[in-house]
Design a protein around this ligand. Structure first.
Ligand SMILES: [Mg+2]
Length: 414
């Protein structure tokens, strides 16, 4: 395994507050700075131009005062602990000037790359350099590191595009749209971020659930990803979140309508790990499962966003020891069949005929999951025979399935 190197943006990723607005507030130039920040966020002013202007506004204040102010900014304690524990594997990359953030950075036991300025008489006279974070990523990659970048703003975008793993961090504000377009993961909870960082650093034991909600739901014809369709007034994704209430490592793979799915999840729970399948139009659930299983725990349970499992069978799906394939009686319109033997093993999948319907879920060892652009059952075919688990389940591929799903759910004990 290549050695891991974690690069953290500072503002809003390690600090609980953005530092430039903090300086602006303390020195009473909020109006000017906020106007500039709004224009930058709206994409009307490029980051570098905005940064130069912000430094020229804030540079007239004593550097030592700014440094002292920023030294006290609260940090995300867990993130700071991770950095201090793995200090030889962590660095900070901040666009901020070292003359302002050196006191703050000294609380973190790792190297800090930053912009720099000339100082005369305790005032910034001009900017000397503006950090290009992507250069830091490339530098470590050239040294053979597998580079993970954690950031939240527009100026992290190029670095995140270059990094081997890009984590969009939504701990202080919703991550910038530009970085969501290149992110592998998005997190909105510190524990989730720390769990992911540890999973990337060391192979972990236990189970992860990979809930695939990236597809365009083309056969259903509602122009809605299936996780967002409603059954009896409840979004499918909310139904899924209820059954996975006690699953710690729940990974939701998003693609089509990603932002709406993320928002629907965050209404109920913020500790889910979001995994991006940016290529959702060209790929199928096998890709989403592969992406969701990267850096996951030892066993991954593949669960499609449109899979409806009878509540009495959910525990069996989550608790089954080792690998298995979930199958049900044949109920769907567009069926993948399963052929089994008398010992309870799945021998093959078929589009023509079989003993049961492949409905999902499936539990597979993380290390057995390879990249493929096709379906989860194609992913599993190379691993057969595997034990099968008989459940009552249905998926919602077509409008007829949707009608059946409503009837199925109405049949459950209330
Ligand atoms: Mg930031």
């Amino acid at each position: 395994m290549k050695k891991r190197l974690f690069i953290f943006d500072l503002d809003g990723t390690v600090t609980k507050e953005e530092t430039l607005p903090l300086i602006a507030k303390a020195f009473n130039v909020e109006g000017e700075i906020n106007a500039l920040t709004d224009q930058t966020i709206a994409g009307n002013i490029p980051f570098v131009e905005s940064f130069i202007q912000r430094v020229s506004i804030l540079g007239k204040f004593d550097v030592s005062d700014v440094n002292a102010l920023l030294s006290k900014v609260p940090l995300f304690e867990g993130v700071a602990d991770f950095i201090n524990t793995y200090s030889d594997q962590c660095v900070i990359a901040t666009g901020n000037c070292s003359e302002w953030v050196s006191g703050l950075a000294s609380r973190l036991d790792c190297e800090c790359f930053s912009s720099s300025a000339n100082v005369e008489d305790n005032k910034i006279t001009k900017l000397k350099s503006i950090l290009k974070k992507e250069d830091i990523v490339k530098r470590y990659q050239a040294q053979g590191y597998y580079v993970v970048f954690v950031g939240d703003g527009n100026n992290d975008m190029e670095a995140m595009r270059e990094a081997d793993v890009a984590i969009a961090c939504g701990l202080t504000h919703y991550p910038a749209n530009s970085i969501m377009a290149v992110a592998d993961y998005a997190v909105f909870n510190e524990h989730t971020l720390l769990r992911l960082l540890n999973q990337i650093n060391h192979p972990s034991e236990g189970n992860s659930v990979v809930l695939s909600c990236a597809g365009i739901g083309s056969r259903l014809g509602l122009a809605k990803t299936k996780a967002l369709i409603e059954i009896e007034g409840k979004k499918l994704i909310h139904f899924q979140l209820e059954i996975f209430e006690n699953v710690e490592d729940l990974r939701v793979v998003v693609g089509y309508q990603a932002r709406s799915v993320i928002q629907a999840v965050l209404e109920k729970r913020d500790d889910v790990l979001f995994v991006y399948n940016h290529d959702y139009f060209q790929t199928k659930t096998g890709t989403s499962f592969y992406l969701g299983a990267r850096h996951a725990n030892e066993y991954c349970i593949a669960w499609d966003g449109d899979l409806i499992v009878h509540p009495e069978d959910v525990a069996a799906c989550l608790d089954f020891q080792g690998e298995y394939i979930g199958c049900s009686d044949i109920v769907s319109e567009d069926t993948v069949f399963i052929k089994t033997d008398e010992l309870g093993n799945v021998l093959s999948f078929s589009r023509e005929q079989g003993d049961y319907e492949w409905s999902g879920p499936a539990k597979i060892k993380r290390d057995n999951i390879k990249y493929m652009s096709t379906n989860v059952f194609n992913q599993i075919e190379g691993l057969l025979p595997l034990p099968f688990l008989k459940i009552r389940a249905q998926d919602v591929d077509t409008y007829a399935d949707y009608k059946n799903a409503i009837a199925f759910m109405k049949s459950w004990p209330q």
